[in-house]
Each structure stands twice: as structure tokens, then as C-alpha cells.
Design a protein around this ligand. Structure first.
Ligand code: ADP
Ligand code: MG
Length: 277
């Protein structure tokens, strides 16, 4: 078995919208690429926010998107090397989505091995990358289950302005269920506090509360992502925060997050290799 050859797949997930999933997928992906890693980001949301924010504003005009690859799995047709993969100027690859992915989610309900269609679609792709990041849709439906079934770990962005209370519990339950029933390898990469505001007491309180409530069982990344209009601006530009505002605090935060993710991944790989000896 050659562990060095297959990508680590990280699902960036939270069923709540607007928690920074897409922004994190793009910037962590490009951050890892800037560190010399081979990275593919995958848009697993029919709303195509990742596809659009990476510079493909009309996803419905693309020839091949994720739903076409998944359709091939359902029809038992081979996926060609490189099929459906777009190349971004900042060194990452993208498998885009279009609204057709919504129809794909519906047709999955009656499919055989319906939870593993995305996993199968990515199987051939995994050999070419160090990291594959999945930008999940804000629901706990079949697409998110497919992402969790395909993933080695889940990275959970949580917006620091609101107490996630029930929502986060529900997500953790879903992750546990997928681990028990479909994908025993699935780990939690960590909770990422996003849109933090250390200047207000409320922002600080939520950060403290989450670390107290979950920090014992689940990793909470040291590095949170501060709120800044600079981050919001990038979605319209097709560029990462590193290209848009390289010296700003959000770029700095995503750089530190990238280092944390790489460090954890190297630690785990070393541990796995030690166990094989
Ligand atoms: P999700 O994918 O979870 O729905 P997004 O990444 O699309 O979340 O972010 C939701 C909105 O917040 C977007 O308009 C995005 O540009 C903006 N945003 C993301 N990160 C930040 C940040 N650190 N500071 C300010 N705005 C942000
Ligand atoms: Mg999104």
C-alpha cells in the first residue's frame, strides 16, 4: 500500500448557509497550492458559489460539471482522466457545479449505492492530488452525505456571531452516523471559527463558549478567520484573498490555517506509516 499516493479529501461542511464554507474552500485550497501541494477543489453545491467565485460566472454554460461525472457513475460509464477539471490561475484545479446538480441529488434517491456516487466519481481523480476539498451545500441532504462518504475528514466553519447550538449537534450526529454506517475513516478535521470579531465582547464570548463546549472532544482550530469586507469582495473577482489583499488580516489567517491543516495531515501520515512498520 502506498499512502503517499492518494489525496486527503476534506469536506467543508455546515448545513447552515453563510458560515464561510465556500470562502474557506477557495482560500484554503489556494493556500495549500501556494505551499506546493497539488489541490483540487470540488463544488458540491448546486448554487455553484465556488464555481462562480473562482471565475466561472456562468456555470450553466460549462460543458462538463460535477453532475455529469456523477451521472457517468450511475450509468457505469468510465470517466476520462482530467474530464470536467478546470484550471485556476492561482494553481488549483476545480470541478465545477451547475444547477443540474440539484436534479442529480433527486435522482440519487433511487440509485444503487446512492451514498457513494461522489466517492466513485472522485476515485480516479484522487491519484493526481495531495488534497481534494469539497465545498458542501448548506443542507444535510444526499449531496452532503455523499461528500461525507467520500471524505477523510470534515472541516466545519462556524460563524462566530451566532451560537450554533442545535445546528452543530445535528451536524455532529450526521457525521457520527456516516462514520458508523458508511465511512469508518471519517474524522473531524476541526471546527473553524469564521467572521470573528475580537473587538466585541460578544464575539469573544462565543469563541470561548465553543471552545469550552467542544474543545475537549473536537479540535477547534487555533486560527479563526476575522470578519473583513476584503474577504467578501473576493467572491466577485475570481481571485483568492492572497491575490486580492495579500497583506490583510484575512490572508494572514488563511495562511495560518493552511499551515495548521498541513501540519495535522503530516502528523497523521507519519502516524499511519509508523503503524505499518
Ligand atoms: P457559505 O459557503 O457557508 O454559505 P460563504 O463563504 O459563501 O459561506 O460566505 C458567506 C458570505 O460571507 C459571502 O458573501 C462571503 O463573501 C462573506 N464572507 C466570507 N468570509 C468572510 C469574512 N471573513 N469576512 C467577511 N465576509 C465574509
Ligand atoms: Mg457556499
Amino acid at each position: 500500500m502506498n499512502l503517499a499516493q492518494k489525496a486527503t479529501v476534506i469536506a467543508i461542511t455546515n448545513q447552515k448557509g453563510g458560515t464561510g464554507k465556500t470562502t474557506t474552500c477557495e482560500n484554503l485550497g489556494i493556500g495549500l497550492a501556494m505551499e506546493g501541494k497539488k489541490v483540487c477543489v470540488v463544488d458540491v453545491d448546486p448554487q455553484s458559489s465556488l464555481t462562480i467565485s473562482m471565475g466561472w460566472p456562468r456555470p450553466d454554460e460549462l460543458d462538463v460539471t460535477l453532475s455529469d461525472l456523477m451521472k457517468k457513475v450511475l450509468e457505469d460509464k468510465p470517466i476520462q482522466p482530467g474530464e470536467g477539471i478546470l484550471h485556476h490561475a492561482e494553481g488549483v484545479d476545480l470541478i465545477p457545479s451547475s444547477i443540474e446538480l440539484a436534479g442529480m441529488e433527486v435522482s440519487l434517491v433511487n440509485a444503487m449505492s446512492r451514498e457513494k456516487v461522489l466517492k466513485q466519481a472522485l476515485d480516479g481523480v484522487k491519484r493526481s492530488y495531495d488534497f481534494i476539498l469539497l465545498d458542501c451545500t448548506p443542507s444535510l441532504g444526499m449531496l452532503t452525505i455523499n461528500a461525507l462518504a467520500a471524505a477523510d475528514s470534515a472541516l466545519i466553519p462556524v460563524q462566530a456571531q451566532y451560537l450554533p447550538a442545535k445546528g452543530l449537534e445535528q451536524l455532529l450526529q450526521t457525521i457520527n452516523r456516516v462514520r458508523r454506517q458508511i465511512n469508518p475513516r471519517l474524522r473531524i478535521e476541526g471546527i473553524l471559527m469564521t467572521m470573528t470579531d475580537s473587538r466585541t465582547n460578544y464575539g469573544k464570548e462565543i469563541d470561548t463558549l465553543i471552545r469550552q463546549a467542544y474543545g475537549g472532544k473536537i479540535k477547534v482550530f487555533e486560527q479563526g478567520i476575522p470578519r473583513s469586507v476584503r474577504a467578501a469582495e473576493t467572491s466577485a473577482e475570481g481571485k483568492s484573498i492572497f491575490a486580492h489583499d495579500p497583506k490583510g488580516k484575512v490572508a494572514e489567517a488563511y495562511r495560518a490555517l493552511t499551515k495548521e491543516v498541513m501540519h495535522n495531515s503530516e502528523k497523521r501520515r507519519k502516524h499511519q506509516l509508523d503503524q505499518l512498520r
